[in-house]
Design a binder for this molecule. Sequence first.
Ligand SMILES: C[S@@+](CC[C@H](N)C(=O)[O-])C[C@H]1O[C@@H](n2cnc3c(N)ncnc32)[C@H](O)[C@@H]1O
Length: 342
Amino acid sequence: MADLPADLRESLSAVLDPLPVDRLSAAVRRLIDRYRTDEPATDPILAADLDVAAYAAYRMPATYAAVRGALRRLDEALPGFRPARQVDVGGGTGAGAWAAAEVFPSLTGITVLDQVAGALALGSRLARRSTGTALGAAHWRPWRAEPDADLPAADLVTISYLLGELPAQARTRLVQRAAGTGAAVVVVEAGTPAGYQRVLAARSVLAGCGLAILAPCPHERECPLAGTRDWCHFPARVNRSALHRRLKDARLGHEDEKYSYVVAAPARLGGQRAPGRVLRHPAFRKGLVTLEVCAEDGAAARVPVSKRQGDRYRRARDTEWGDAWPPELRTPAAGSASGCPG
Ligand SMILES: C[S@@+](CC[C@H](N)C(=O)[O-])C[C@H]1O[C@@H](n2cnc3c(N)ncnc32)[C@H](O)[C@@H]1O
């Protein structure tokens, strides 16, 4: 179960606990309704400081867990990757920066870009409490996703839960820009059919710019779920604080954030892809584990693994939705020579 780093938990409660819960709850409800429409935004959705605080309270734990999940897949695909500079685009209150600082302690320079000054201010306040990471010295820069907006140089670019707020053309341009920085790029969206479609579009832009697709896909062919009623998404279980439960009027002590993502990197980084990706919770019956696997050949199929298969069965029993299958094999991911301007 994913938990927030203790210093993030503490700084969130230092910021949120003094705020009036009824006003925060009302702002959370407004944001939930707004995000449910899944419409691009012409004006900032986080319009007031209370919205920013509400976002940090009810979304940051989940977006942190989702981005961390995607970054762990990048780490698996590029085990020697030690990024120094991260740019978190549309980074808001910094969930993607916290996740990157945890997965990649090599980071020494973190830049968070966002159009909402209040989100950057709150993010910076939260990050000041971080210990032992580059977060305390992160740069929080006003930035808007305009056609000519540059991205700073980076080794790692994260774009989480942003694309849905942009019109389709702006999404393409932004992902091209990210690819053009020469960095590894991680895009995370809601694990809904619409979020998956945005990730699918980002995946083709990244591949078109010559980056190797490293995860979740074990191939660069057409997604076998495209055009079906299914969609590629993964879970991240997140603990809920007491305030989080109150704000969402929830009883359970945890929630399952569903997210879609793509991880890509320039070929020079030498990424290794999983041979297959488990697409849903494995089904267990006595002596039999059945995995739904997206495989290297571009097909998604059920893979039964029976007790008679010994070690393979034991490994299947330990395998979870989102894991590689089989876990031990990796194949080189080539990418191509084409490029996109940064
Ligand atoms: C749903 S929040 C995601 C925040 C953060 N990335 C996360 O995962 O928690 C979307 C963020 O994108 C920012 N954003 C939306 N449209 C933008 C634009 N055109 N230019 C810059 N930032 C934008 C918003 O201000 C907001 O902070």
